[in-house]
Design a protein around this ligand. Structure first.
Ligand code: FES
Ligand SMILES: [Fe+2]
Length: 423
């Protein structure tokens, strides 16, 4: 059930009594056993975003996605009719990984008419059907119809491609997304095709990095040196308060006000920002988005100026829409209880002038600098959490979404355990 909290006394957390206000265990970020349970209870059951349709520009385009925690690799492709499909990346003959380039564990992409296995040249059509077997006559009653690629449930919402590794997903994608997420339908994601991509291995549990982007009040402290000293000092003294948090089913939202950087006193900006008319929040000049009005779900607190909305889709995907007319996605792909692969992708309206291109580049570089500071801290957090010297951590009201992520994770694991015990 969706709720729109507007707490009179400023407590977001108490609006969700099921979350409690007690200190929180982070055992889910340091336990190999719980990591194994997350595999079965969450990553083999939930809808996972693997990218956007622009990665599949024509029929026959494909890319592979390594889903380490689920111990599989998936081929995502556009078939001859233009439909987006997904298959497990395994040859039905003797189990070789079907699609890879120079290194079997690295993701790849391209365009083709069919897939040929590197081992004995079995060939598969783009619809997954097996259409060639080397020395077929030597096999015993082999019916090629029985040996197509193993399909993976796949659906597309607003150009975002989702897969579900369950035999039968418990919910359709649109039901899983729910009203808070679907209320951003109509944002011009399809027009923001200029893409900047960062990928990094982080030696911390995936949820710790999600937590770092679920509250922003650490920014004036952790990222103080990213801003001119005068700005950083006053920001630290003022503290930071986001105007809106919201929880809807397994998903979360934090919305924040912005600043008009160009209206600040000059010594509160960096010279490079002045020259490029850009910064972390994006280019100062908002492009024409080509829509009459913003979708209803965006900027729910009506901030003016509005900074950003960060929509966090359970389990491991974030869509962050900026008031300056661009958006970001984050993916957190677990590789072990204490490590994951982080992907940050920036999407802009394609630059029409060199000035716009440079403005995008400064935003992308600023994002990387901030992201590195966050990641660096997480590795320090992970190692000390593993000491188990402390086992409960107090979370403030602006950490309500962190509280929810860990509760949601525990709930999925609990549900899985109950079903397994009852089976
Ligand atoms: S394993 Fe693929 S053709 Fe033999
Ligand atoms: Fe940060």
């Amino acid at each position: 059930m969706a709720r729109w909290p507007k707490p009179p006394e400023g407590s977001w957390t108490e609006h969700y009594p099921e979350l409690g206000t007690e200190p929180v265990s982070y055992e889910d970020s340091i336990s190999p056993e719980l990591y194994d349970l997350e595999r079965e209870a969450i990553f083999k059951r939930g809808w996972l975003n693997v990218g956007r349709v622009e990665l599949l520009p024509k029929n026959g385009s494909y890319f592979t996605k390594e889903i380490h925690i689920a111990k599989t690799s998936v081929i995502v492709l556009r078939d001859r009719s233009g439909q987006v499909r997904a298959f497990h990346n395994i040859c039905r003959h003797r189990g070789n990984k079907l699609v890879w380039n120079d290194f079997p564990n690295e993701e790849t992409s391209g365009t083709c008419r069919q897939f040929t296995c590197k081992y004995h040249a079995w060939r598969y059509d783009l619809d997954g059907s097996l259409n060639f077997v080397q020395q077929e006559g030597e096999f015993f009653n082999l019916d090629k119809n029985d040996y197509g690629l193993v399909p993976v449930h796949c659906d597309v919402w607003q150009g975002f491609i989702f897969i579900n590794l369950a035999k039968e997903p418990e919910q359709q994608l649109s039901d899983f997304l729910g009203p808070m997420i679907t209320s951003i339908e109509g944002y011009p994601f399809d027009k923001m095709t200029e893409r900047w991509y960062y990928r990094s291995e982080i030696k911390a549990n995936w949820k710790l990095y999600m937590d770092a982007f679920q509250e922003f009040y650490h920014a004036p402290i952790l990222h103080a040196r990213q801003s001119p000293a005068k700005f950083a000092n006053s920001a630290q003294q003022a503290g930071f308060e986001a105007p809106h948090y919201r929880i809807d089913g397994p998903h979360r939202l934090v919305s924040t006000a912005g600043i008009r950087a160009w209206e600040l006193e000059q010594d509160l900006r960096k010279p490079i920002e002045e020259i490029t008319r850009s910064g972390l929040f994006g280019p100062w000049d908002i492009p024409d988005l080509g829509i009459e009005k913003m979708p209803a779900g965006i900027n729910p607190a009506g901030c003016d100026p509005w900074g950003l909305d960060s929509f966090q889709l359970f389990p491991n995907f974030t869509i962050l829409i900026w008031g300056q007319g661009w958006y970001l996605t984050y993916h957190y792909w677990p590789t072990a209880y204490n490590s994951h692969i982080f992907e940050g992708t920036l999407y802009f309206m394609p630059a029409k002038t060199p000035r716009e291109r440079v403005a995008h580049e400064l935003t992308a570089l600023s994002f990387k600098e901030f992201g590195l500071q966050d990641a660096n801290t997480l590795e320090a957090t992970q190692t000390m959490m593993e000491s188990r010297v402390v086992d409960r951590f107090p979370l403030g009201d602006q950490e309500v979404l962190c509280r929810h992520l860990h509760k949601e994770t525990a709930d999925w694991i609990e549900k899985y355990r109950r079903e397994r015990a009852g089976a």
